[in-house]
Design a protein around this ligand. Sequence first.
Ligand code: GTP
Ligand code: MG
Ligand code: ZN
Length: 304
Amino acid sequence: MPEGLIVKALSGYYYVKPTTAQAGAPDGYVQCRGRGIFKKRGESPLVGDRVIYSPTENGEGTVDEILPRETELIRPPVANAKLAVLLFSLREPDLNLQLLDKFLVHIEHAGLRALICLTKEDLLGEDGTEETPEIISEVKALYESIGYDVIVTSSVTGMGTEEVKSRLAGEISVFSGQSGVGKSSLLNAMLGLSLETSEISLRLGRGRHTTRHVELIELENGGYVADTPGFSQLDFLELGVEELSSCFREFTDYAEGCKFRGCSHLHEPGCKVREAADQGEIAASRYEHYVQFHEEMKEKKRRY
Ligand SMILES: Nc1nc2c(ncn2[C@@H]2O[C@H](COP(=O)(O)OP(=O)(O)OP(=O)(O)O)[C@@H](O)[C@H]2O)c(=O)[nH]1
Ligand SMILES: [Mg+2]
Ligand SMILES: [Zn+2]
């Protein structure tokens, strides 16, 4: 039976790109329904899934089996991605480091690598303020010291686009970030596409998201990249509070030295993480966000 890759999921159909030789589909993919059994088992095929499918008589097909996943993201719903490109605009909307840290927690938990893109560089300096390049160097220094790569981009001037593209070779990547940060625009500038984009003012008129489904775009360098609808909110429903600190990767070495096993790094005596934050070895903003997320998770637990 032929194997394929789900490149798009829309209106109850899965668009499967054949990856085995015998099953050439005329326009590059086979439009499939999922087998009824998936629903019964509470499984659902995702974009990025490698699947076994069978052609049906009307030229369509049925997805019969989902092959084991290497990774799975819930928001955006994508399977088998290795790299998450996290886009945060420097302006419009303004940079939100709390949301960035929240997103990094999810990515660490899902086991993907992360690449941070600071978008809309061309909007900096327009208001003539001096602080602008400083934002970039501060944010870059902070996240690079933790081990994340940071690329500054602009879809208008083309800054950074080639560098981002070269990072996408040979694997599945997902473009992710708030609505309006410029995910579709960067893909357009990078790949000469014409994905739908829209002004933030327009988007308010007709619901907030311009991109409304997840789709994998095939690159010449053997990679696939998913454009996704931006999120407006993220919660921690699928994460246990005791897993949180391991999602702050720079805490790990210090946490090993804490006096108590299972230290929450909040109030315990002999906490090396808090000590490192006090001494500025762990960035104040990162520790603060850890504490906030911890509270948020506890609060949620109480309510459910
Ligand atoms: N000045 C400037 N504007 C940009 C840039 N990138 C995107 N924009 C603008 O920002 C707005 C939103 O861009 P989109 O590409 O639609 O954003 P998105 O992240 O795909 O949004 P969703 O699909 O809703 O999640 C549009 O008006 C774009 O023209 C940039 O690099 N510079
Ligand atoms: Mg979009
Ligand atoms: Zn501790």
